[in-house]
Design a binder for this molecule. Structure first.
Ligand SMILES: [Mg+2]
Length: 307
């Protein structure tokens, strides 16, 4: 899991907490408790809202509908394009024919965090503490979050449908390899398992490529015909998309225009995550193209407007 910023929320609440016991200092506008302080909007959307649940269910339904339909096609199967190391342009389509001439079995490849599991427990602590990402705390959560981490809405049903169709479910996550046992336990407890390390679960540290997933994708595609991929970060599809996260317009254009645009919803599935990700870059000048900008003009206000 790579992340840059956790939105700080609770400074006011913590200030109120630090004054506990000095009744005269507590503002009447302060939350009655930390639970009453405002959660970040991004977390409200992903972990608390019906809209977030609906969007996730919608995506997972699309994943299962697509992959099950592909698995039933009466023609020679093809892999979806994958980010792979040492190929021109960083993306290629591996063969679904094994070395002995047989067809490789079907697989669908998933990121874990905010794709299959919601890290609501860890994010609660992040919202409460206002702390930036802490690798030691993240490892504790990865080791011990089983039973607290909920499935992304729609994931349990979606994964069950894939497995019932004979499609192997494989997880490719940037949790560290030393958290394999805790990650397997969390996937199982959420109803999204099973997972077996180095068979159907690959983690950061399983190879020498760090958080880049292309090498793990290459390894998976040696044994499987990958007919669908899903994640909440472009790196879940191809490392080349994250080669320059600060190149806002170019990064967006790479996925939204040209040959790769056709794969969204058509083999590649983006699960919504507004809380954190490689997308957390960009100034106002970079996010708003010149031709899309607007400002109200002085003198355009209605004549009846009060001064
Ligand atoms: Mg993720």
């Amino acid at each position: 899991m790579i992340r840059k910023i956790i939105v700080s929320v609770s400074a006011i609440a913590l200030a109120a907490c630090s004054n506990a016991g000095t009744e005269q200092l507590v503002s009447t506008s302060a939350p009655a408790s930390l639970d009453d302080s405002a959660a970040p909007d991004t977390m409200r959307w992903l972990y608390g809202s019906g809209e977030g649940a609906a969007a996730s269910i919608q995506t997972w339904r699309q994943i299962a509908d697509y992959a099950v339909a592909v698995s039933r096609q009466r023609k020679v199967p093809e892999s979806v394009p994958l980010g792979l190391p040492d190929v021109e342009g960083g993306i290629d389509t591996p063969s679904c024919v094994a070395g002995d001439g047989t067809m490789k079995p079907f697989a669908a490849v998933f990121d874990v965090d905010e794709t299959v599991l919601l890290n609501t427990g860890y994010e609660y602590w992040a919202a409460l503490s206002g702390k930036p990402f802490d690798a030691d705390e993240w490892k504790q959560w990865s080791d011990n979050g089983a039973g607290i981490a909920a499935p992304v809405p729609g994931a349990v049903t979606g994964l069950r449908r894939l497995r019932e169709a004979g499609i192997t479910v494989i997880f490719n996550t940037n949790r560290n390899s030393d958290t394999a046992a805790g990650t397997i336990a969390a996937l199982e407890a959420a109803g999204t398992g099973p997972a077996v390390h180095l068979e159907t679960l690959f983690l950061r540290g399983d190879d020498e490529m760090g958080s880049r997933k292309d090498g793990r994708r290459a390894r998976i595609s040696q044994d499987y015909c990958v007919i669908a991929m899903a994640g909440d970060n472009l790196g879940d599809f191809a490392d080349v998309f994250n080669a320059d996260e600060s190149a806002i317009a170019a990064r967006r254009a790479m996925v939204a225009r040209g040959e790769y645009a056709q794969f969204w919803g058509n083999g590649w599935f983006l699960v919504p995550n507004p809380v954190y990700g490689a997308w957390q870059e960009g100034s106002i000048g970079e996010v708003f193209p010149t031709e899309r900008r607007w400002k109200p003009q002085p003198g355009d206000a209605p004549a009846t407007m009060e001064p």
